[in-house]
Design a protein around this ligand. Structure first.
Ligand SMILES: *Cc1c(COP(=O)(O)O)cnc(C)c1O
Length: 399
């Protein structure tokens, strides 16, 4: 009997080592990792430069707590500020914690403005995490069911629809902030229009709301710019990061700018582990390597190869609804549920994911090379064609 809590339906294999985009399992089988631990392994596996820096850091200092200054944390905050245009950062260990910080910040900012019970506008199909506040902000009944009572104070609107947000603005005086993923990840790789994001920015300015972007999955270079809002040419008030920031070492961050950067005071929020010397060394070196190796450009170029390759290979194939995304954050939506494709890809040495039942999700490491990008296409396209060519198996309804 397993002594693990039954929280994941795991695939029956374990990896023992990795190198770049490649992973090896216990039997010696080799896999092309087109998922990167769910957008986490920015630099792929066992990047030599990151390995060296981490080994040195572990030998020197792992943790001291936030009761003392942490030089690497100050340096990381400055680096993040310079690449994002934000002013300051709070460090934690995960995406849900980063969003908890943002939610607390928005509520405190609301109270400071005299709003008695501040609320936050969130989106349908959003995913913000599994803690009570973040699952309440999440737009999925699957994530929430059974955990009621939910945290109150969230107003839900359709994603990518500015009119509904304007209607809320017209009638609701308790709103303090909007929280949105510029590209929804778990929700099916839903790309918001840049026009929509700019309109949200304008509306937030007019209403005095904080615009808070959850870039936990789409940030850190995956779309060809450090952050998705940089494609749209404005700055948010708050941004949350985690997944790709430490290239596998757990770290999250909540960044703020302008008045939002001055909301928290000593005692407002905290974390024992957050931003410790090891995690910050991992994040700092990750950001430097992304720059030194030109990985923003690579994400764009390799993303185009995979996307164009799949578009060509799957053109006119009945059952393929849409191929979408930005850079190395890609979704292929089919007309039917395709969770089984994960196993079929595994059999052919390719790691992929399926989200929302019918969207194949690709999130490869930013270090992926051209031959590897072409191999993703060459492996995945025939699998999709074969899958769709078979008659759909429908599970008969009980009755
Ligand atoms: C994964 C994810 C989170 C939650 O991150 P955890 O580290 O699992 O807590 C939050 N927001 C988005 C957009 C995510 O993709």
């Amino acid at each position: 009997m397993s002594h693990l809590m039954n929280t994941y339906a795991r695939l029956p294999l374990a990896f023992t080592r990795g190198e770049g985009v490649w992973l090896w399992d216990e039997a010696g089988g080799r896999y092309l990792d087109a998922l990167a631990g769910i957008a986490v392994n920015t630099l792929g596996h066992a990047h030599p430069r990151l390995t060296r820096v981490l080994a040195e850091q572990i030998g020197r200092l792992i943790h001291t707590s936030n009761l003392y200054r942490i030089k690497a944390q100050e340096e990381l905050a400055a680096k993040l500020a310079s690449i994002s245009g934000m002013d300051n950062a709070f460090f934690c260990n995960s995406g849900c914690e980063a969003n908890e910080a943002a939610i607390k910040l928005a509520r405190l900012a609301g109270h400071n403005r005299g709003i008695e019970s501040p609320s936050i506008i969130v989106m349908e199909h959003a995913f913000h995490g599994r803690t009570l506040a973040t699952l309440s902000a999440t737009g999925s009944r699957k994530v929430q069911a059974g955990f009621e009572p939910l945290v109150s104070g969230f107003v839900r609107v359709p994603f990518n629809d500015i009119e509904t947000v304007r209607q809320v603005a017209a009638r609701n005086t308790s709103v303090a902030a909007v929280l949105v993923e510029p590209i929804q990840g778990e929700g099916g790789i839903n790309v918001s229009a840049l026009e929509y994001l700019r309109a949200l920015r304008e509306l937030c300015d007019r209403q005095g709301w904080l615009l808070m972007l959850d870039e936990v999955q789409c940030g850190i270079g995956r779309t060809g710019k450090w952050f998705v809002y940089q494609h749209a040419g404005f700055l948010p008030d708050v941004m949350t990061l985690a997944k790709g920031l430490g290239s596998g070492v757990p770290i999250g961050a909540c960044l703020a700018r302008g008045p939002a950067a001055a909301v928290f005071k000593p005692g407002s929020h905290g974390s024992t582990f957050g931003g410790n010397p090891l995690a910050c060394a991992a994040a700092l070196e990750t950001l430097r390597i992304v720059e030194d190796e030109g990985l923003l450009e690579n994400a764009l170029a390799m993303g185009a190869i995979i996307r164009d390759g799949l578009a060509a290979e799957l053109a006119g194939v009945p059952g393929v609804r849409e191929i979408r995304g930005r850079g190395l954050m890609l979704g292929i939506e089919l007309e039917r549920a395709c969770g089984d494709l994960v196993n079929r890809a595994l059999d052919r040495g390719l790691l992929i994911n399926v989200t929302m039942d019918n969207v194949i999700r690709l999130l490869p490491p930013l270090v992926i090379a051209e031959s590897e990008a072409r191999q993703v296409v060459a492996t995945l396209a025939p699998l999709v064609r074969e899958f769709l060519a078979r008659p759909e198996v429908r599970v008969a309804a009980k009755g």
